[in-house]
Design a protein around this ligand. Structure first.
Ligand SMILES: Nc1ncnc2c1ncn2[C@@H]1O[C@H](COP(=O)(O)OS(=O)(=O)O)[C@@H](OP(=O)(O)O)[C@H]1O
Length: 406
């Protein structure tokens, strides 16, 4: 990737600078124009080639795959344990902290030359409290064992201590925002799915000047083939599971089996144009998304298939390869969406040709810090379906508001 910093003058409007095809950095240059908030007349033209973010992508894939391996180990032990301990939330706590520490350590190690900022779901406050010593020891051992499988412990300065672990977790306390680079992590997205033995994802993205430029989704329980034709959609069945989706800006979305050296395949969202042939995804948990509203929207569109309900950003991964054509997410009033629940998924879908917007059709803005500045909902579809979907969403919301005002 090459960057050109330049001042924009009144005589040279922004589009003048965007016309840089004469620069021979790449046969198909994609230009992103980054304007500094602090100095709006100063723009950075970034010519993004297919090699852009290569180093970051390698590091992100390694970090998410290793973190997923840690989670798989914990989930396996959880599912083999007795019924009583399944209602215990501590396995997900162990895996959540462990996953965050692994990602933080791998990124820091692989990208040594850059200042490192990570916006992530967890911090170490609870682990530092009295009575957490055993838990902290368990997580530290798990992280050491996971890193040892890649021989990373040597490179990360021998075996980690509990203090090293706490420090690694706390690397994730950045606030994000519109300037600079920020990694964004959900160490286990879909914690409820994880506890049930169903879908979850390690979701890692990179923001540059407030825009998503890279995303990786590791989905250990997602079948390698379409989940839409799968009878037991949320659970991992006997068939082969474990998908790694990844995308960088301008380069498309790829999927490969998790933990395998198999060649990646380029994926595309569904090309369905007729809503009657489309199927739609929504949250498994009714507490996370209004299933009644989704059902009303689907009816208006003429969607015939029942909803596909699976946990986590595995939904974005499945949509990126065309398992379904639509995603509807309408949290209950007052819920504030966090960026780590959507950064990686959004670029995985958009680079596969999909559109991700709020319920009013506005693109998601990841530059505002930890939260997404929206209170309506999030929808996903391909270009052809989106106008129809937006109308159905508008009509259904208006109907709902009218009904509740009566
Ligand atoms: N009340 C409410 N409304 C909306 N969303 C919520 C809510 N509570 C939590 N969350 C976030 O949802 C994340 C789980 O993703 P999904 O909603 O796609 O999963 S699920 O299908 O419902 O299980 C989940 O991510 P994790 O906490 O990482 O599991 C939360 O960030």
């Amino acid at each position: 990737m090459s960057s050109i910093n330049c001042f924009r003058t009144a005589k040279a409007p922004l589009h003048t600078f965007a016309s840089v095809s004469r620069f021979r950095y790449s046969p198909n240059p994609i230009v992103s124009v980054l304007r500094r908030k602090s100095s709006p007349s100063f723009v950075t033209l970034r010519v993004v080639s297919s090699m852009a973010y290569e180093k970051e992508l390698d590091a992100a894939k390694k970090a998410a795959s290793l973190a997923a391996r840690l989670c798989q180990k914990v989930q396996k032990a959880l599912l083999q344990s007795d019924v009583q301990s399944k209602s215990d939330k501590s396995p997900v706590t162990v895996a959540d902290y462990g996953s965050q520490a692994v990602v933080s350590l791998v990124l820091e190690r692989e990208l040594t030359s850059e200042p490192f900022s990570l916006v992530a779901e967890e911090d170490s406050a609870d682990l530092r409290k009295d009575g957490s010593e055993d838990l902290l020891q368990r997580i530290t051992k798990l992280v050491n064992d996971t890193l040892a499988t890649e021989d990373l412990t040597k490179a990360i300065d021998s075996t980690l201590t509990t203090d090293d672990l706490l420090r690694a977790i706390d690397c994730g306390t950045s606030e994000g925002g519109p300037n600079g680079r920020h990694w964004v992590l959900d160490p286990i997205d879909g914690t409820k799915g994880f506890l049930r033995g169903d879908q979850y994802a390690v979701a890692l993205g990179l923001l540059e000047e407030g825009k998503v430029v890279l995303g990786v989704l590791a989905c250990p329980n997602l079948p390698l083939t379409s989940i839409a034709g799968n009878k037991n959609k949320n659970s991992s069945s006997s068939e082969e599971t474990g998908c790694l989706f990844y995308a960088t800006i301008g380069s498309g979305t790829y999927m490969q089996p998790l933990d395998s050296k198999s060649e990646p395949v380029k994926v595309h969202v569904s090309s369905v144009e007729n809503p009657e042939e489309a199927s739609f995804f929504e949250s498994f948990e009714g507490a996370h998304s209004l299933h009644d509203l989704s059902s009303s929207i689907a009816n208006k569109l003429g969607v015939k298939a029942p909803p596909v309900r699976i946990d986590s950003q595995a939904k974005y991964g499945a949509l990126s390869r065309g398992d379904g054509a639509i995603y509807l997410r309408f949290p209950h009033k007052g819920y504030r969406e966090k960026i780590w629940d959507h950064v990686a998924g959004a670029i995985v879908v958009t680079e596969a040709g999909g559109i991700v917007t709020d319920a009013g059709g506005k693109p998601l803005d990841f530059s505002k810090g930890k939260y997404l500045d929206l209170d309506t909902g999030i929808i996903v579809a391909n270009e052809k379906l989106m106008p129809l979907l937006l109308k159905a969403v508008r009509d259904s919301i208006a109907e709902q508001e009218k009904a509740s005002s009566l």
